[in-house]
Design a protein around this ligand. Structure first.
Ligand code: 2DT
Ligand code: MG
Length: 223
């Protein structure tokens, strides 16, 4: 038996402000895996294709209003409904690259400044979700992302909100995940360079982590 057959895939998440290049970079990372003949699957959150995702889409497009806690729980539910698929893919050895995951959930809700919805409350429904092997935050000044255009049509796409989101992500860059591994919640990466330059910088971070997963050093997916 080839032990490689039993190795799990990695679970990698890209986070960033709107228009920070996440989707482009997720695609480029996916291509690297394809070129290396490693099985890979891209996912994105919110997944607007499910019934819950359609409700979220309506909210983000301001077609419906929703109470802050209620929409938070829908974003979370939209992840929970994908858990079985993520676990199955990873277990079969496929690396999953997600464009946003629960850190966006916690940070965007906490950034709203609703005193009844703090970080701790927002984190609670995410407890038990698979924990990514690595979360990379593509750090960019909101003034720069605004310059890239295509911004302002959806909820949260305003300068003030984006500033708060950025600050909270940067704070997570200093926060330990709390399991004594010394790993941080997110790795903050300067995403101000060109597309290829940023892709290379992401790959330099991700590759060794993926290789550690492949060597079996990181055990099974944590929660
Ligand atoms: P996209 O532009 O990437 O489609 O995201 N958001 C996202 C939340 O508020 N909570 C979440 O849990 C997630 C995954 C970030 C649409 C917006 O939804 C925000 C931007
Ligand atoms: Mg967006």
């Amino acid at each position: 038996i080839d032990p490689a057959e039993h190795r799990r895939g990695a679970f990698i998440v890209l986070e960033g402000l709107d228009r920070s290049g996440k989707s482009t970079q997720a695609k480029l990372m996916e291509q690297r895996f394809v070129e290396l003949n490693k099985p890979v699957k891209g996912m994105r959150f919110p997944d607007r294709t499910t019934p819950i995702g359609q409700m979220i889409d309506g909210y983000l497009k301001s077609k419906v209003e929703m109470e802050d806690h209620a929409i938070h729980l829908l974003f979370s539910a939209n992840r929970w409904e994908a858990v079985a698929k993520i676990k199955a893919l990873v277990a079969q050895g496929t690396t999953v690259i997600a464009d946003r995951f629960f850190h966006s959930g916690v940070v965007y809700s906490a950034a709203k400044g609703n005193p009844a919805l703090n970080y701790k409350w927002a984190r609670a429904p995410e407890i038990g979700l698979p924990r990514p092997d690595m979360v990379v935050f593509l750090d960019l000044n909101p003034e720069e992302t605004a310059r890239r255009g295509g911004w302002g049509a959806e909820k949260y796409e305003n300068g003030e909100m984006q500033m708060r989101v950025r600050q909270l992500f940067r704070d997570l860059g200093k926060k330990d995940i709390g399991d004594w591994s010394g790993e941080k919640e997110v790795i903050v990466l300067d995403a101000g360079g060109g597309i290829e330059e940023v892709a290379e910088a992401i790959w330099e971070l991700v590759r060794p982590r993926v290789e550690a997963v492949e060597r079996g050093e990181r055990g099974s997916l944590k929660t």
